[in-house]
Design a protein around this ligand. Sequence first.
Ligand code: ATP
Ligand code: MG
Length: 632
Amino acid sequence: MSNLQIKSFEEYQQKYAKSVQDPEGFWAEIAEHFQWKRKWDQVLEWNFEEPKIEWFKGATLNITENALDRHLADRGDKVALIWEPNDPKEKNITYTYSELHSAVCQFANALKARGIVKGDRVCIYMPMIPELTIAVLACARIGAIHSVIFAGFSASAVADRVNDAQAKMIITADGLNRGTKQIPLKRVIDEALEMCNSIESVIVHNCLGWTPSMTDQRDFWWHECILNESTACQAEEMNAEDMLFILYTSGSTGKPKGVVHTCGGYMVYTAYTFQNVFQYEENDIYWCTADIGWITGHSYIVYGPLLSGATTVMFEGIPTYPDPGRFWQIIDKHGVNQFLTAPTAIRSLMAFGEEHVLSYSLDSLKVLGTVGEPINEEAWKWYYLHVGKERCSITDNWWQTETGGIMISGLGNISPMKPSYAGYPIPGIQPVLLDQKGKEITDNEMEGYLCIKFPWPSILRTTWGDHERCKLTYFSHYKGYYFTGDAAKRDENGMYRLLGRVDDVINVSGHRFGTAEIENAINTNSNVIESAVVGYPHPVKGQSIYAFVVLDKPSDDIENSRGEIVESVVAQIGKIALPEKIQFVTGLPKTRSGKIMRRILRKVAEGDTSNLGDTSTLLDPLVVEEIVANAL
Ligand code: ATP
Ligand code: MG
């Protein structure tokens, strides 16, 4: 679709080599494809000590001009956004690029009318409806810093984020639809605001036709705010290094961090990776099932696709409503060509059985993506066979909130695939494996701590309000490197496999295991839906392995399942990796973004459940209670 796109694996190799030899030249050439109000004086200035990283220094731009205005001439009538409602009986809504442009400008004017100016923080706590995308882009239009808060968070979690960001406004809705449930959002905001003092106004979109309580002079209806506003709004001229947004991480490993991304580098990198990883072509329909409350939604529902002039699908509902075939039905309905989802969704749909996917043709699909966690081989194969019908390539996207965009991943139909391997780095990304002493491991077929040794355009610039935390978390473990917190393995061909979090690595009698390897083996049993392993202290071996396993049919013979698990771990890894304890559970503790929180399980395994740490991002506290009650 655009000349940013790599077309073959050979070309990838050439581009990759160039990106390492001459990073500034490489990114400058890509950046030329965007619309800048002023060009940069310098492509890159950086040091990882402070850290201070500046891309396209001196340049000015507005990201919404690149995501919207730029397309109006050639793609004004092209569909930018397809919104699919929770209820399949309800009609979907589409916005063309010119309609989206008008809606964004109009709402941007409404924000200005409420006193929002460049640099103000605006929190967005909304359902997955088009107005969420419009609100995000309207902030960017006028230079306000958006901070989207996932609409499943509780009042106190919302208050924490609002207070940390010292936000001036919240944009929300009366409530949201989620399967058969309707969840009041405005009520949560009212409760949160009792704990906040920086908020001056709240804009409420009327999504469900409810009449929530509205505080005079503070709360305003979206439809009333835009009533007299023009659909033209001049875009604020932003420096490349001005902040675009703050987004809090999922909190799998601890207290969430307010990751800061800036305008220029984030724009260049998300568009570049979107076009290459998904191999998007001009008339394709692309769908990412993430929530915009997470980085994947920011980069690969909103910014990457719209910057590329793509058609992006946004889904309000859940994978299992009205039945577990909902994803596949939507793919057929809209003729989706590229589809991106998470391993947790794949595993849960697998458990409902093939029949829910086999009744759909899925002919339109070309590229399938998976993101957010290591994908186990069993889930990978199911995805490849039943969804991709052995026709589509699978790209496993490894990255983080902090990296802004995909870092290690196959490119659409171009790169070689290997189940459970994310693959090769994106051009411009220089991953390294470090040993425990912080020395670079140069050989292949080795494991180590995954670090990045050179900046890329969308690397985080700071953690909001606490630069020291950014420095300590990412730039202090190994001097001169960005530390990812993940462990990885490089195979004989240089492909990367993610092994899990460094904090979760298990050391049994001097043998180190990533959680992903052992879970992968456990999950090969057909009666296992998913599992999580952690280490706990053992007087002789250092650590023993404790496995938490969710069975498909728990009523079946538990002893039989235990035997099968033991057998597959021995066969695939060896006796040394055998879990000493196997606890069968009905669910695993997960963050609201669907990631397993192993730190809680580690506490259970250690028999220390008095303080579970920050659980504000935990999806279902009941699961934890059950696990604690039945701990071995
Ligand atoms: P916190 O940093 O607050 O603990 P988090 O790390 O869960 O939260 P995210 O930024 O959403 O927050 O997740 C990034 C992490 O997710 C990565 O560091 C990695 O551990 C995991 N991850 C993401 N994609 C993949 C993938 N394709 N394969 C393996 N792991 C992945
Ligand atoms: Mg993290």
